[in-house]
Design a protein around this ligand. Structure first.
Ligand code: BES
Ligand code: MN
Ligand code: ZN
Length: 501
């Protein structure tokens, strides 16, 4: 999809389709739709007066102009009640409009920007493009039949009138394109099956990103990880024929900038290992590298946006499979931190590989560590499939995350890390077990991770629910969602802004 900004008036602009929005109201029309209505001799206001278009949220009405306008068609899209409007609804509305236009087989449309209330043109343009690019994402890599029936929008023109508008829209477009394309890249990795998205493939992709965007990269083999003492990562990796990879990406090193470490769980397939999972829904476990995908996409975005921060992306990548070489319940592992872990379930593998990755991140002396992981089914039970479980040891970092969450619509909800929960992880034979009780499973997983970050401000995002979804949401199609990328990028942008001040 090619999106660009042009100077022009909606009521005079020749295009296949003109996209117009309206709030739900009986009163006066507002924004660019007003001038279009005038040009069209009150056609639109009459339509609304007669109740044929109400402006309800995501309501659509496709109209043919029959030469009354230079646009061949008009698509009206409802924004719902004015008082309930926010950028999250706006992203949803642009997505729904984009999906409607695409599914109608229309290849080109124009959209006049409309500045209202306290929303900036740049912010509105950014959110519009985000909704559009994320909402019309399709994973078609493996579809071979009837490829010609796959519909796509070719060209979108954002219309502005003043130079100031055009400048702001171009900036919003630039930023959203960078972020949204990275989110869609992450979705592609999550949707990709584990027979193509192996740890080796993840490492190759990370290397590609690093080459293209001036990021340093180092990929450790399992043997090297073993020599360094990563007993937990190695234990999980050794059951698989696919070689595990420990990936370290670094952006802006040695510049005296604030260091932030991003750690992503990269299990490219989680069978549970010897503690094998039931086969029902096991195919979903290809998404167990969603944290890794989010970290890679965030590194890419940060570099494209040239954020003035020192970022370290750490991705332990491996499969979790049963075999004659696999680790077993009862095994005692020595982690990179020196602490020992008694394996109760080989299906609690995420916290094991993350423990070594978290310890590894400490050598960079980061100001903050943020990990993303599809860590526990319990988190899905607790919060559902559209909310991130949020844990941390530092109030100000947690607040930063919550602010970014509110601004991006990537919902995150705090759960406690009280000492009492640690009791469940005490082991008779090692420093701790890798599994506690079923009750409070998400919290216990997070408590385990907390033992590997020492006193560094740290946040754990359990993305088991939202990483991939079965029921689509306004601008998130079914399947891999790329969750976490927009949240992290927002956090980093806010952090970088704070540093400039
Ligand atoms: N990758 C799973 C968690 C998961 C489950 C993500 C469902 C998405 C949907 C993780 O490795 C796992 O298996 N966790 C176990 C932990 C248990 C053994 C303590 C779980 O949630 O059952
Ligand atoms: Mn597991
Ligand atoms: Zn897992």
């Amino acid at each position: 999809m090619d999106i660009r900004v042009e100077q022009g008036k909606a009521e005079k602009y020749p295009c296949e389709l003109l996209l117009l929005f309206s709030f739900e109201s009986r009163e006066q029309l507002e924004g660019p739709i007003l001038n279009v209505d005038l040009e069209w001799k009150g056609f639109l206001s009459n339509l609304m007066k007669q109740g044929d278009f109400k402006g309800e949220l995501f309501e659509h009405q496709l109209l043919h102009t029959h030469g009354a306008l230079r646009a061949k068609r008009v698509l009206l899209t409802g924004l719902g009640k004015r008082g309930e409007f926010d950028l999250e609804k706006w992203r949803g509305a642009s997505s729904k409009a984009g999906q409607f236009i695409r599914d109608s087989g229309i290849k080109q449309f124009a959209f006049p920007i409309w500045k209202f209330d306290s929303f900036s043109e740049e912010g509105l343009a950014e959110a519009f493009v985000t909704g559009l690019l994320l909402g019309t994402y399709q994973f078609i890599e493996f579809k071979t039949l009837e490829r010609d029936k796959i519909k796509e929008i070719g060209e979108v023109v954002l219309l502005g009138e003043t130079d100031k508008e055009i400048k702001a829209m171009n900036e919003g477009l630039r930023i959203s394109k960078i972020i949204s394309e990275s989110v869609n890249m992450a979705r592609g990795l999550v949707n990709g099956p584990s027979n193509t998205i192996t740890p080796t493939a993840l490492a190759k992709k990370a290397e590609r990103i690093a080459k293209d965007h001036v990021i340093n990269i180092q990929v450790l083999e399992v043997g090297q990880a073993e020599a360094m003492g990563m007993g937990a990562f190695v234990a999980v990796a050794k059951g698989s024929q696919e070689p595990g990879k420990f990936i370290i990406m670094e952006y802006n090193q040695d510049k005296g900038l604030d260091t932030i470490a991003l750690v992503g769980k990269g299990i490219t397939f989680d069978s549970g290992g010897i503690s094998i999972k039931p086969s029902e829904k096991m195919e979903r476990m290809k998404d167990d590298m969603s944290g890794a995908a989010a970290v890679m996409a965030t590194m890419e975005t940060a570099s494209k946006l040239q954020l003035p921060l020192h970022l370290v992306g750490i991705i332990p990548a491996t499969e979790n499979l049963p075999s004659g070489k696999a680790y077993k319940p009862g095994d005692i592992l020595k982690t990179l931190s020196g602490q020992t872990v008694e394996v109760i379930s080989t299906d609690a593998e995420g916290r094991l590989i993350l423990s070594d990755a978290l310890t590894y991140s400490l050598r960079y002396h980061p100001k903050a560590i943020i990990d993303l992981a599809t860590l526990t089914g319990a988190c899905v039970i607790a919060l559902g499939d559209y909310v991130i479980g949020l844990f941390g040891n530092d109030e100000s970092l947690l607040k930063r995350i919550e602010e970014a969450s509110a601004n991006t619509g990537e919902k995150a909800w705090r759960l406690p890390l009280w000492d009492e929960y640690f009791e469940y992880l005490k082991s008779d034979v090692a420093d701790f077990k890798n599994v506690g009780t079923r009750a409070a499973g998400a919290i216990i997983g997070a408590i385990f991770l907390s033992k590997f970050v020492e006193k560094i401000p740290w946040v754990h995002l359990d993305i088991a629910g939202p990483a991939s979804i079965e029921k689509e949401r306004p601008y998130i199609p079914r399947g891999g969602t790329g969750v976490g990328v927009r949240l992290l990028v927002q956090l980093l942008r806010d952090w970088a802004k704070g540093e400039e001040r």
